[in-house]
Design a protein around this ligand. Structure first.
Ligand code: GDP
Length: 429
């Protein structure tokens, strides 16, 4: 249904352990598909209870349920129990009989006894009947326009979480969900799949993107220890996001690679929040630890002086509630537009107190400014002569813009241009 083979398909019962949420676009409509990891039946899997819990949650969150049964096995007593439980949810239910391509699938008539209508005979592996099932799904849930067409106003904020392995990225996702949709455990490879995790907070919509990427190790060192995620891998996630959470382990401090990733976020014009995780491990040591830690962090990442720093514990939940709040602020700042009159007042006061230094004989004056873009906010300063600003003056302007208008966590771009010649007659020399 998603046109991908993202879920791990293998002939081993219980292979799909996570609840996977994936977007499906069909005939101009879109919806989100949750794949529960198999709800019922005995399992030796130590994570089975968690899988069942996730599945239950998926059922209560869903607008429509598709019950999938095995046409080769035929109706089994477990199916009737599942049907009963699904009915209790009060959600509309479609029944799909899978593996109907198989010669041995001869018992499909039995399934009609479950009393669902309509019944779809499909072959997930070969794709038979899937189009008809999708048609019915979009008909039932009503046409929601695909994401690209959705109004910019309540646009979903795409969030990438980057940082070294074991810094606590999955734990944070879990914490944000308050539901264990992503499984965390010390078993290697527990989170096996690419998942975009949707979240809602105060009616704002977020999507944690590329959670598979965040689990991808850069490479495995000779000792078998997983090294930190490489900058090039982080780049993909950064390019895909509006706001990046750069996670740093409080007990280890920032690494060179963290600074490199931060630089990439800045260059890409994405919003950034520095999340110092595992704060529970260091805070007991001394009360000034936060100040000392942040000073060191700022020193190593001077160019990210605009990034808010949060000290959290994904494990205990301490201050984790600040995370979405801060992402929301940063996303808003990145999309903000300064009204032109306010901007020109700003120019007036700047030029009165701190005009640009003139490199040549003619005085450089800033005449006015305009915001030419958002995400990130971009400004043009128009001057009387063609010039560029000194790096330090550019920095000064950026800092002043921040001070006056906010822009927390967002890079700001500025350009300088000579004011276009007016139609006035030319002055004689
Ligand atoms: P990821 O590789 O970045 O996704 O890291 P995980 O979320 O899998 O976490 C790695 C390990 O760090 C797990 O054993 C977690 O329980 C632990 N961990 C995560 N967050 C915290 C935290 O805030 N405090 C402490 N003490 N441990 C944490």
């Amino acid at each position: 249904m998603t046109g991908s083979r993202r879920a791990i398909v293998a002939p081993v019962a219980g292979t799909t352990r996570d609840s996977l949420a994936r977007p499906v676009v069909w005939q101009g409509s879109s919806f989100e598909l949750f794949d529960t990891g198999g709800l019922y039946g005995a399992s030796q899997d130590p994570l089975h209870a968690l899988v069942v819990e996730q599945g239950r949650r998926a059922i209560t969150d869903a607008d429509l349920l598709v019950m999938l049964v095995d046409g080769r096995e035929g109706l089994v007593s477990g199916d009737e129990r599942i049907a009963r439980e699904l009915r209790e949810s009060g959600r509309p239910i479609l029944l799909a009989i899978n593996k109907t391509d198989d010669k041995r699938a001869q018992n499909s008539m039995d399934f009609y006894r479950l009393g669902f209508e309509p019944v779809f005979e499909v072959s997930a592996e070969h794709g038979h009947g899937v189009a008809e099932l999708l048609d019915e799904i979009v008909k039932r849930i009503g046409a929601e326009p695909p994401h690209e067409l959705a109004a910019e106003a309540n646009r979903e904020v795409r969030v990438a979480i980057v940082g070294r392995p074991n810094v606590g990225k999955s734990s944070l996702v879990n914490r944000l969900l308050r539901a264990q949709r992503v499984l965390v455990s010390d078993m290697p490879g527990t989170t096996r799949d690419a998942i975009d995790v949707p979240l809602t907070w105060h009616r704002r919509r977020f999507r944690i993107v590329d959670t598979a990427g965040m689990r991808r190790p850069g490479r495995v060192a000779s000792g078998g220890k997983v090294e930190m995620v490489s900058v090039s891998l982080a780049k993909e996630a950064i390019a895909d996001a509006d706001v990046v959470l750069l996670m740093i382990d409080a007990s280890e401090g920032p690494a060179d690679q963290d600074a490199a990733i931060g630089g990439e976020v800045d260059r890409a014009g994405r919003g950034i929040v520095i999340v110092v995780n595992k704060w529970d491990l260091v805070k007991a040591r001394d009360t000034n630890v936060a100040k000392g830690f942040d000073d060191e962090l700022r020193r190593k990442m001077r160019f990210l002086d605009y990034a808010p720093i949060l000290h959290i514990s994904a494990l205990t939940g301490e201050r984790a509630s600040k995370v979405l709040e801060t992402i929301d602020k940063v996303a808003a700042a990145r999309a903000a537009r300064v009204p032109t009159p306010a901007l020109n007042k700003f120019v007036e006061s700047i030029t009165a107190t701190n005009p640009p230094v003139s490199p040549g004989s003619r005085h450089v004056r800033i005449l006015y400014a305009a915001q030419i873009g958002t995400a990130p906010p971009s400004f043009v300063f128009f001057t009387n002569v063609a010039t560029t600003f000194h790096f330090s003056y550019e920095r000064f302007l950026v800092n002043q813009l921040r001070e006056k208008f906010g822009f927390v966590g967002s890079p700001i771009r500025i350009q300088v241009r000579r004011r276009k010649a007016r139609n006035a007659p030319r002055q004689k020399n």
